[in-house]
Design a protein around this ligand. Structure first.
Ligand SMILES: Nc1ncnc2c1ncn2[C@@H]1O[C@H](COP(=O)(O)OP(=O)(O)OP(=O)(O)O)[C@@H](O)[C@H]1O
Ligand SMILES: [Mg+2]
Length: 255
């Protein structure tokens, strides 16, 4: 499989403070789904911001060896809150991310409507953000990211503010979108069940007693899809990730 993003020896810190992330190296394969878990404050969101190019690292590189296509963005970042623009209708919100791409107005509209269709909200194009439920807003957020056809879709706890039923529904939707669009995903979550349900690979970030976080474990999740949360294999994998996290916390090296 081709590598979509190569992240080499990233170190991240703020001002003259101690490092938040001491070292992070990973290659993300095309169409892979990787989850990142780790204690609160370990640097997961900061890592995504650096990968997305919103923040410069102290050291290291993020490279995208694929051929650059000006009509796509290399990265799209989805946050926990939908952050929709209240003065724009839903379609206008999805169009927003497309405005600086070299596309005709009709092509932008086509892409935005296609993304809304993908998340099941084609009929909501002319509604306003305040008329949508939390789950629907998060779908628009996803549509906005999908419309730019990113090589890597970065998701930062996108479902953590939702109730359990909506969360499960959107997890299923995300898997469907991932398969339909062939995109590559990097997904941050606190929820170990969610990580094992969604991802092929789960990276555990933590500190090993030295300043700054690093990769403590890198698990593969070779479970067949669709996954059965009540199966023994599923619980085993969740248990392994949980043990790795407990070790970090009991070593006093959690954040
Ligand atoms: N703009 C900033 N300036 C200074 N320090 C920051 C800034 N943003 C984040 N930090 C610090 O970087 C560290 C990592 O923060 P980050 O938000 O990446 O953690 P996280 O792993 O995403 O946590 P959570 O699971 O709670 O979302 C924290 O100590 C935080 O205080
Ligand atoms: Mg965070």
């Amino acid at each position: 499989m081709a590598t979509v993003v190569d992240i080499a020896d990233l170190a991240i810190g703020f001002d003259n403070g101690p490092p938040v992330l001491a070292s992070f190296t990973a290659s993300l394969e095309a169409r892979s789904f990787t989850a990142i878990v780790g204690p609160s404050g370990v640097g997961k969101s900061t890592l995504l911001r650096v990968i997305a190019g919103l923040l410069a690292p102290r050291q290291g590189t993020v490279s995208t060896p694929f051929e650059a296509d000006p009509t796509r963005r290399p990265f799209a970042l989805v946050f926990q809150e939908a952050r929709l623009l209240p003065w724009r209708p839903i379609l206008g919100n999805v169009l927003f991310g497309l405005e600086h791409l070299p596309l005709s107005a009709s092509e932008r509209r086509r892409r935005a409507l296609e993304a809304l269709e993908l998340v099941g909200l084609a009929d909501y194009a002319h509604r306003w953000p305040y008329q949508l439920s939390g789950g629907q807003r998060q779908r628009v957020n996803l549509a906005r990211a999908l419309a730019v056809q990113p090589a890597l879709l970065l998701l930062d706890e996108p479902f953590s503010a939702l109730d359990a039923i909506t969360r499960h529904t959107l997890q299923g939707e995300l898997l469907r979108l991932w398969q339909a669009t062939h995109t590559t995903i990097l997904f941050v979550t606190h929820d170990l069940d969610e990580a094992v349900y969604l991802a092929d690979r789960v990276i555990v970030l933590g500190s090993n007693g030295q300043p700054g976080a690093r990769i403590i474990r890198d698990f593969l999740v070779p479970l067949e899809r669709p996954r059965d949360r009540s199966s023994v294999g599923f619980s085993d994998h969740v248990g392994q990730v949980r043990s790795a996290l407990s070790e970090i916390m009991t070593n006093g090296a959690g954040i």
